[in-house]
Ligand binder design. Structure first.
Ligand code: PMP
Length: 462
């Protein structure tokens, strides 16, 4: 660990324990243990304060470091750019901002405009605000409701939580913003929990449930539908057959704008540039964040079609007719500079093809494990975005208790393999193991991850 003595590191641990408020934990028990500090990373691997090596199967914990750690070319691109011009906000443009927008749009036929922000939540809020403004401009403010789906997640701010389908995350943070309406999930594995779900054509039925909500609320009050292409934190939910075609028909029929949240799926994670491209979706808004610059800089984008953009400049006599929004750090050049290089790496190293091949390999390995480990009820995935749902009983599909799932994750960690658990909804809280390694993963890496899981499942469940 470059330049850091054991004393320095023990000071870091003390400082962390004394002053850092960590995300997502109850601090009391957390403080009894030693916080884990990740000190270095290279490729798929990271090292903690004890010098212990881990293989990272979750790309920085939260599906972010798509091109892996320690990329000198990204560091150099950011360094060169920020020394030349680090920031200018407001109405001006910057060189990497323009060039990344051009490159990104080249991967997104049908889309034309990139609005820069900093986080996934913020990008989603930009889209929500655009929808609301369109409702005011075109429909006298009436078509302003935004539909979101049970189990989907769109961010941690109050407006994005108002569109949050994971009750466990939302509890105790209300009241929420009005005008966000929930539609049912489309999780085929748990369709038995949904009244009236059919054995056949579940995907079309699940989409029809959205139409029912639209009719109940009044189609003239609904401005947009916001969905993840593959639901991430809600349990790695791949859409059922026929779902997206029907969803799009419904949106068209009722003039409802389609907002696709690609914060997790975007920039290669599923094996295409964007998850929506797997399903022939034609969105009006696409939001993205995590993989855009693989965590080398904070950047998010709200991308729109030209038809949406045009609505904000069609009447120059109206002083309110422009998107009256700003994001200060949307003017940072480190983000688009890193994002440009990130995209070049994915192209030059053919990482989309690798993602498809390694994703298949991981899914196959997990199904093979399920023959020995009856607690694996389902394996789902698209590219290197894979989940294995743990159950107590395959017939009833009762979710495995969160504590046991936690033991599996902890056992893997002990073995130097970082995996995640997700499915943040009540009652099935966190019973889906989650694997989202960097898109550079090799067969050996995937095997190492699934072998660790094999050992963990044996130790925890016998
Ligand atoms: N959308 C989805 C699908 C996400 O998974 C997340 C973050 N996990 C967000 C939005 C919010 O992104 P951020 O944390 O960058 O605000």
């Amino acid at each position: 660990m470059d330049g850091m003595t054991p004393n320095d590191l023990s000071h870091v641990v003390d400082a962390d324990r004394a002053h850092v408020w960590h995300h997502l934990v109850q601090h009391k028990p957390f403080e009894n243990g030693e916080p884990r500090i990740i000190v270095e990373g290279k490729g798929m691997r990271v090292w903690d304060q004890h010098g212990k090596e881990h293989i990272d199967a979750v790309s920085g914990g939260v599906w972010t470091v798509n091109v892996g750690y320690g990329r000198e070319s990204i560091a150099n691109a950011v360094r060169d750019q920020i020394l030349k011009m680090n920031f200018f906000g407001g109405t001006v443009g910057t060189i990497p901002g323009a060039l990344y927008a051009e490159k990104l749009i080249g991967k997104m036929p049908g889309m034309t405009r990139v609005y820069y922000a900093n986080s996934g939540s913020e990008a989603n809020e930009k889209a929500f605000k655009m929808v609301r403004q369109i409702s005011h401009k075109r429909y006298g403010g009436k078509k302003s409701k935004i539909l979101y789906r049970d189990r989907d997640y769109h961010g941690s701010t109050l407006a994005t939580m108002s569109a949050g389908g994971q009750d466990e995350r939302n509890a105790q943070y209300g009241p929420f913003a009005p005008g966000f309406i929930r539609v049912p999930h489309c999780m085929e594995y748990r369709k038995h929990e949904q009244d009236g779900a059919p054995d056949e054509n579940y995907g079309v039925w699940a989409a029809d449930q959205i139409e029912e909500v639209i009719l109940r609320e009044g189609a003239d009050t609904i401005g947009a539908l916001c969905l993840e292409p593959v639901t991430a934190g809600g349990g790695v939910i791949t859409p059922p057959e026929g779902y997206w075609d029907r969803v799009q028909e419904i949106c068209k029929k009722y003039e409802i704008l389609l907002h696709i949240d690609e914060v997790v799926c975007g920039v290669g994670r599923t094996g295409t540039w964007f998850g929506y491209q797997q399903y022939g979706i034609k969105p009006d808004f696409v939001t993205m964040a995590k993989g855009v610059a693989s965590g080398y800089a904070a950047i998010s984008c709200c991308v729109t079609s030209e038809a949406v953009f045009d609505l904000f400049k069609d009447d120059t006599t109206d002083p309110m007719n422009y998107f009256r929004d700003i994001s200060t750090f949307g003017g940072c050049t480190a983000g688009p500079a890193a994002a440009l290089e990130n995209m070049r790496i994915i192209e030059d190293e053919d990482l989309l093809a690798n993602t498809v091949a390694m994703g298949d390999h991981m899914v196959n390995n997990l199904w093979a494990l399920s023959e020995r480990h009856k607690v694996i009820g389902d394996v789902r995935g698209k590219g290197l975005f894979v989940g294995a749902e743990l159950v107590t009983d395959r017939a009833t599909k009762d979710p495995m208790h969160e504590k046991m799932v936690g033991q599996v994750v902890a056992d893997c960690m002990q073995q130097g393999v970082i995996i995640g658990a997700t499915n943040r909804s009540i009652p099935t809280k966190n019973n889906t193991l989650c694997f989202s390694p960097a898109l550079i993963a090799t067969k050996d890496d995937i095997n190492q991850i699934t072998e660790a899981l094999d050992g963990a499942l044996t130790r925890v469940f016998g």
